[in-house]
Design a protein around this ligand. Structure first.
Ligand SMILES: Cc1ncc(C[n+]2csc(CCOP(=O)(O)OP(=O)(O)O)c2C)c(N)n1
Ligand SMILES: [Mg+2]
Length: 323
C-alpha cells in the first residue's frame, strides 16, 4: 500500500514534467522554440522516483533528455523554459537551449549533450561528497546508449574501487537514436554490468514510480551509509521520437501504443483510485504552472548576439601565451 502523501508528491512531480515537455514540444512544432529538443514523455517515473529520495544539495548529472531530472531536482521551470526559448533570462542566458541546463544551488551539475559525459562528472560529485563527509550522494542519470561507452565502465570501476556514494541510474528506454537495445548491447540486461565490479545491479519497472522510488531509496541509503555505488536499471519507453520531428520509421506504432497504455501517471493514479479528484487537481495545477512559465519566458528579451562568447574559454595563441 503506497503512502498517500508520497503518491501525491510523485504524481505532482510527474505531472509537472509531463506538462513542461508537452508545452515545449508544442512550442517547437509551432516554430516558436529554436534548436533541438529531446523530450522524456513516458519516462517521468524515473526522475520522480529517484529525485524524491535525494536531498536538495545531492548532486546529479543528466543527459540531452534531462528536463525531467532537472525539474524533479528543483530546477526552476520558468528559467528552464526561458533557456529553451533562447531568452536572456534562461539558465544559460539563452545561449545553450535544452541540453545544458545546470543549477548548482539545487545540485544540478548539468545536463550534457555528449552521451556518457555526465557519468564521470557525477563521479566527481560523489568523490567530493565523500570527502566532505556530510552523507551526500550523487546520481548519474544516463540512457542505455551510454552503457557501451568506455567512460561508463571506467566510472563504475572507480566508484566500486573507492566505494563512492554514487547511484548509476540507467533510463533504459529501449532505443539509442534509431537503434533498438537488442542490437546495441551484448549483455541481456544493463543491470548485468554491475556484477563484474562487485556492485549491486537492480532492474526495476521504470514506469512504476513507487517501485523506482523504493529501489532508489535502498541504493541511496546504502550509499549514504558508506556502502558504495549501485547500478539501477529502470526499464521504460519514450513516447516521442528521439528528437521532436523524428519521423520514427524504425519502430512500429503498435509498440508505442502498447507502452502508452503503461503511462506512469495513469498507473500511479489507478493504484490510488480513491484519490482521483485529488490527482486531477494536481494535474490541472501543473498544467497551469507550465503555461505560466511559457507566457513569462516568452515575454522576456531574446538573448543578445553580443553575448554569444560570454563564458567561453579561449585558449591564448601565439604571442598571447607569452604575454
Ligand atoms: C559521444 C556521443 N556519441 C554520439 C552522440 C549522438 N547521440 C546523441 S543522443 C544519442 C543516443 C543516446 O541514446 P541513449 O543513451 O539510450 O539515450 P536516449 O536518447 O534514449 O535518452 C546519440 C548516439 C553524442 N551526442 N555523443
Ligand atoms: Mg535510450
Amino acid at each position: 500500500m503506497t503512502d498517500t502523501t508520497v503518491a501525491r508528491r510523485l504524481y505532482r512531480t510527474m505531472a509537472r514534467i509531463r506538462h513542461f515537455e508537452v508545452a515545449a514540444a508544442k512550442l517547437m512544432a509551432s516554430g516558436r522554440l529554436p534548436g533541438t529538443l529531446h523530450v522524456s514523455i513516458g519516462q517521468e517515473a524515473v526522475a520522480a522516483g529517484v529525485c524524491d529520495v535525494l536531498r536538495r544539495d545531492d548532486p546529479i548529472t543528466t543527459t540531452h533528455r534531462g528536463h525531467g531530472h532537472c525539474l524533479a531536482k528543483g530546477g526552476e521551470p520558468k528559467a528552464m523554459m526561458a533557456e529553451l526559448l533562447g531568452r536572456a533570462t534562461g539558465y544559460c542566458g539563452g545561449r545553450s537551449g535544452s541540453m545544458h541546463i545546470a543549477d548548482p544551488a539545487v545540485g544540478i551539475l548539468g545536463a550534457n549533450a555528449i552521451v556518457g559525459a555526465g557519468i564521470p562528472i557525477a563521479l566527481g560529485g560523489a568523490f567530493a561528497a565523500a570527502r566532505q563527509g556530510r552523507g551526500g550522494v550523487a546520481v548519474a542519470f544516463f540512457g542505455e546508449g551510454a552503457v557501451a561507452q568506455g567512460v561508463f565502465h571506467e566510472s563504475l570501476n572507480l566508484a566500486a574501487l573507492w566505494k563512492l556514494p554514487l547511484v548509476f541510474v540507467c533510463e533504459n528506454n529501449q532505443y539509442v537514436e534509431l537503434t533498438p537495445v537488442s542490437v546495441h548491447l551484448a549483455a541481456r540486461h544493463v543491470a548485468d554490468h554491475a556484477a563484474p565490479y562487485g556492485v549491486p545491479g537492480v532492474r526495476v519497472d521504470g514506469n512504476d514510480a513507487t517501485a523506482v522510488r523504493s529501489a532508489a531509496e535502498e541504493a541511496v541509503t546504502r550509499a549514504r551509509d558508506g556502502g558504495g555505488p549501485t547500478l539501477l536499471e529502470c526499464v521504460t519507453y519514450r513516447w516521442h521520437g528521439h528528437f521532436e520531428g523524428d519521423p520514427q520509421r524504425y519502430r512500429d506504432p503498435a509498440e508505442v501504443a502498447e507502452w502508452k497504455a503503461a503511462d506512469p501517471l495513469k498507473r500511479l493514479a489507478a493504484s490510488m483510485s480513491g484519490d482521483s479528484a485529488e490527482f486531477a487537481a494536481i494535474d490541472e495545477q501543473a498544467r497551469g504552472e507550465m503555461a505560466d512559465a511559457v507566457s513569462a519566458a516568452e515575454a522576456d528579451p531574446v538573448a543578445s548576439p553580443a553575448s554569444i562568447s560570454a563564458h567561453v574559454y579561449r585558449r591564448p595563441v601565439g604571442r598571447e601565451v607569452l604575454a
